[in-house]
Design a protein around this ligand. Structure first.
Ligand code: NIG
Ligand code: FE
Length: 423
């Protein structure tokens, strides 16, 4: 027996239907249907239209009904950049940063990523999983239905594999889809820093051992590198991404975050799925992204949390024709948030993106960057019924409110996975 669900009572339904990816002016095209309904069968969207159109369908009669009471319905957010698995917060560094110590200075003193590595290596798989489950519930509670997750706080063979295996297990244990990325190239771990040539040997470990093992066990779809001062050079990053590609892991990259390294143009040439951060890009980088299929994923949560004034040049990227996406970059060092609505608020006020642009960047364009735009990112016939319902009258109120959670319900494959308690 097929199970049909008819969602009615959407004052605005943002379909995000149409051409993918969204570039330039098309980024603000949300494909809104007013007084709308969606018919879902076995987790897949059968039809989307006005309430009258949907109620006249023969299947509508017997379908289970869900009336969302005049709220706004949109595709579940696709968070294309997170560092989901880590052992603890770094609140002590937050305090240092507020007092004026920079992110790089903290890292040089053995804090930063290496601080999280130490904690992860000491944590049990069970503790990591419990923490991840709690975080995933928060993602769902803010309207996210799919997220990418990177390894990168293990930085040795056993710990990196432990993270990626945990991510695989989590996929079967809870409703959100987790897309795995191998980020063994987050920084050079401490034990490789002591001797000269250590970085070279660590890159060797990644390219000769870890990447083939990760690919062999099908533990990740993508390979990422943090290319920056204090992390990996452009040359090292290229070697690592090429090794990933040879093993079937598609490149993505942390590019031009703290300093400009030229990582963007290198990654575009390798056909990277996405270049992320981009605060320090120059005009040539913007043009290269605009001419490519590489998605420019902006992470304004980092600049906000670190108290940095220079955000990525979103307007220039959009106007040049780059495919812009938004993500939380959920991680303990630079962006401790699971809230995509908060990222939308920052995108509007700090990146000067319109609410419509921000929503398209956080749904359909993000789905493109994970090569899943055929399945998720819009509400169209044949796509997964991954849906967020917001307790607002108008979609612009989604980024307009900040610091409060207006998500009312989240559905994954047509099943409610979060529902706001009645207040
Ligand atoms: O995306 N830039 C590198 N990686 C993370 C930060 C990681 C950390 O500080 O723990 C980021 O900002
Ligand atoms: Fe990151």
């Amino acid at each position: 027996m097929p199970s049909d669900l008819l969602i009615t009572g959407a004052s605005q339904l943002l379909t995000l239907r149409g051409r993918v990816p969204r570039r330039g002016k098309a980024l603000s095209n949300l494909g809104i249907v007013k007084n709308a309904a969606v018919l879902i069968r076995d987790g897949v969207i059968v039809a989307v239209g006005t309430r009258a159109e949907m109620e006249s369908l023969p299947e509508a009669l017997a379908a289970e009904k869900l009336d969302v009471g005049g709220r706004v319905v949109l595709p579940g957010f696709v968070d294309s950049h997170t560092h989901l698995i880590h052992a603890a917060s770094r609140a002590e560094e937050y305090e240092l940063k507020i007092a004026g110590v920079s992110y790089e200075e903290i890292a040089l003193k053995g804090g930063g990523i290496l601080n999280s590595v130490k904690k992860l290596r000491a944590a049990t798989a069970e503790a990591l999983k419990t923490r991840a489950h709690a975080a995933l519930r928060e993602f769902a509670a803010h309207g996210t239905t799919t997220l990418e997750a990177k390894s990168g706080y293990g930085l040795d063979v056993a710990s990196e594999l432990k993270i990626l295996r945990l991510q695989r297990e989590l996929n079967g244990e809870q409703p959100l889809e987790i897309v795995s990325t191998f980020l063994g190239a987050h920084v050079v771990p401490g034990e490789y820093r002591k001797k000269r040539g250590g970085a070279e040997r660590y890159v060797g470990l990644l390219t000769e051992k870890l990447i083939p093992e990760v690919a062999g066990e099908k533990l990740a779809e993508f390979c990422d590198v943090f290319c920056d001062r204090g992390a990996f050079s452009r040359k090292e990053s290229k070697r690592i991404l090429e090794a990933g590609k040879k093993n079937g892991l598609l490149p993505r990259i942390h590019a031009e975050q703290l300093t400009r390294t030229g990582a963007t143009q290198m990654a575009v040439q390798l056909g990277a799925a996405s270049c992320d951060h981009l605060e320090q890009v120059n005009n040539a980088d913007i043009q290269a992204l605009a001419k490519s299929n590489t998605v420019a994923a902006l992470l304004p949560g980092c600049d906000f949390h670190l108290g940095l004034k220079k955000y990525a040049p979103a307007r220039e990227l959009i106007e040049a024709g780059a495919t812009v996406a938004l993500a939380t970059d959920y991680n303990p060092g630079t962006s401790p948030t699971m809230s995509m609505p908060m990222i939308l608020s920052l995108a509007c006020t700090q990146l000067r993106m319109s609410p419509a642009e921000a929503i398209a960047a956080a749904t359909i364009n993000a789905a493109c960057s994970l090569l899943r735009d055929h399945k998720i990112g819009s509400l169209e016939t044949g796509k997964q019924a991954d849906i967020a319902v917001f307790d607002v009258d108008d979609y612009r109120e989604i980024p307009y409110y900040f610091g409060v959670n207006k998500c009312w319900m989240t559905l994954k494959k047509g099943r409610p996975i979060f529902q706001k308690a009645h207040t």
